[in-house]
Design a protein around this ligand. Structure first.
Ligand code: ZN
Length: 558
């Protein structure tokens, strides 16, 4: 007998079994009961959260033969329900747009087919998975059928990327947004499956699997399959770690203990051991963030939100670990790790990014950054202060320190910079009378978001860059990596940014200069022998050797 995956074997057989999507099942059940069935549904949401299962349940509801009309509670045992469950129903057509993207596929499987009445049931149901992968022509031909659907046809279009589905299609569908499964729901589902399989397990193991699946029911079950293939015994945390190579709880405990004792060597050693076990740096960053987040929630929020399924022993360990930090420290640590997770996308020096992040989240590094924070807060206030607008041009100005701006380089207010009171854009566009660094820093996010609107590829480049300097009409923008800088600096891309910048400023002639960001303050302190860090200068010199890129960046930016 062919092996059936757990996900297929334990697919939800009724709306009440669909975990974590109650907001969807309520809408569907109500509209089925009221006889208000849409001709086209758009199911949006992350992979493995039940879109296809729900589509099949809808098909059963529409066609269950135990009732003489659509029902929210299909019987599950009539010939129609069974055919749909087994994927043998003539009137329920499933298509995977990821592999059948062309117009011929759509024409053959759907357009031609939809004209005929159902062969054996009330409705024909067309389920198109990953619908955003269809070609433009395929969408066009599909649109005609969706615009004037035969009365016996229901479309279910499922997608993980709704924004890629043409608006003409989207606007004709009833849209339902599926959620990522909560850890507690994933754990409950794993328990249901293991109970049915008669396989013993430890609660902690199910929690680990749920966490690793990141909200995907399908992933949690395929991870469970990996563990079951690895061992014939009970599903234990140890078996999970060995089978799926997850960062173990013990490893995270060791890293966190080392950070808590502010011992750089111990921290780097612990990081080393995690990487040596086969985990990759990105996994470690994610796992560590989850761990710190759990500490914060358990110890400072007094909650177990997101930790449903964790053992009491585990919760106690998290509480104990959290005692070594303040909540502010934990929040700052999370911020640094999140930044590292973004940085790691732009480099293949993964180990280096991880080690730098581990160093940055040590208590001594966090308090150094906090000591520097008042200055940063001062400049943030300046950035958000009202620097534009007619009234502000007469009021005293608050500016961020910008020593590089020569007074003579500030352009005088020009006539065309006056806002048009009748223009709809007047409210949203900033009115720049004097351009200084603070104005540019305030405007930049707007420039960035317009760039992102125009170019999908820009998302891999823009996001962490910052305006750092203004010389005359030359704006210096610092990127975290050379990769991002060089991509942004291609002529066409740069021209687009410059023209958007001038539009936002309502002033002509501004250009951008792209550099790689200087190393962070903690790294800059390294060569300073008079102010050794927490672990002494010899060790810091050793670390300096381990962070060569930071030093190179530093020189590049000079
Ligand atoms: Zn039935």
């Amino acid at each position: 007998m062919a092996y059936i995956s757990l996900y297929r074997k334990y697919r939800s057989q009724s709306f009440s079994e669909l975990l974590g999507q109650e907001h969807i099942t309520r809408v569907l059940r109500n509209s089925i009961s009221a006889g208000r069935i849409a001709h086209a549904y758009l199911f949006c949401g992350p992979r493995g959260c039940g879109k296809t299962s729900t589509a099949r349940l809808l098909a059963r509801s529409l066609n269950c033969m135990a009732f003489d009309r659509p029902t929210p509670d299909p019987c599950g045992s009539c010939p129609s329900c069974i055919r749909i469950r087994d994927g043998n129903a003539m009137d329920v057509v499933e298509m995977d747009a990821a592999s059948e993207t062309g117009i011929d596929d759509v024409r053959e499987k759907i357009i031609e087919n939809a004209r005929y009445a159902p062969a054996e049931s009330r409705y024909k149901v067309y389920i198109i998975d990953e619908v955003h992968d269809l070609s433009q022509k395929a969408f066009d031909s599909l649109l005609k059928t969706i615009e004037e659907p035969p009365p016996h046809v229901v479309f279910v279009l499922a997608t993980t990327e709704a924004h890629k589905v043409p608006i003409t299609i989207r606007s004709r569908c009833q849209r339902l947004d599926f959620r990522r499964g909560a850890t507690g729901d994933l754990t409950a589902n794993l328990r249901r499956v293991l109970d049915a399989e008669g396989r013993p397990y430890e609660a902690e193991a199910l929690f680990l699997l749920s966490r690793a699946a990141e909200g995907s029911f399908r992933d949690s079950l395929s991870l469970l399959e990996q563990v079951m293939a690895f061992t014939d015994g009970p599903i234990t945390p140890d078996a999970v770690h060995q089978a799926i190579g997850a960062v173990t709880t013990e490893m995270l405990d060791t890293v966190v203990e080392a950070i808590g004792s502010d011992d750089l060597r111990a921290v780097l050693d612990a990081g080393d051991r995690v990487l040596a076990s086969g985990a990759d740096a990105r996994q470690v960053l994610t796992a560590l963030q989850n761990h710190l987040r759990d500490m914060l929630v358990v110890a400072f929020a007094g909650s177990v939100h997101g930790l449903e399924g964790a053992t009491e022993e585990r919760l106690e360990t998290l509480r104990r670990q959290a005692l070594r930090f303040t909540s502010d420290q934990l929040v700052a640590m999370l911020g640094a790790l999140a930044q590292a997770e973004r940085d790691i996308r732009f480099t293949n020096q993964h180990r280096l990014v991880l080690e730098r992040a581990l160093w940055q989240i040590m208590p001594s590094a966090i308090s150094r950054q906090a000591a520097e924070a008042p200055a940063a807060a001062q400049s943030r206030r300046a950035v958000t202060a009202p620097t534009g607008g007619v009234a502000a041009s007469h009021a005293p100005r608050i500016s961020a320190p910008s020593p590089t701006v020569e007074p003579k380089s500030v352009p005088a207010p020009v006539e065309q910079a006056q806002p048009e009171p009748s223009s709809a854009a007047a409210d949203s566009a900033p009115f720049a009378t004097e351009v200084d660094l603070a104005v540019l820093q305030r405007i930049w996010p707007r420039v960035r978001s317009r760039v992102l609107q125009r170019s999908r590829a820009a998302a891999a480049i823009f996001g962490s860059e910052e305006v750092t300097r203004l010389d005359g009409t030359t704006v210096t923008v610092a990127f975290p990596t050379e990769f991002a800088r060089s991509r942004a600096d291609r002529p066409q891309a740069r021209q687009m940014v410059e023209s958007l910048l001038c539009e936002e400023l309502r002033l002509p002639g501004y250009t951008v200069r792209y550099v790689v960001a200087q190393a962070s303050p903690t790294v800059q302190e390294v060569p300073d022998q008079d102010q050794p860090g927490p672990a002494g200068s010899a060790l810091l010199q050793q670390v300096l050797v381990e962070f060569p890129a930071a030093v190179v960046d530093d020189q590049d930016a000079q």
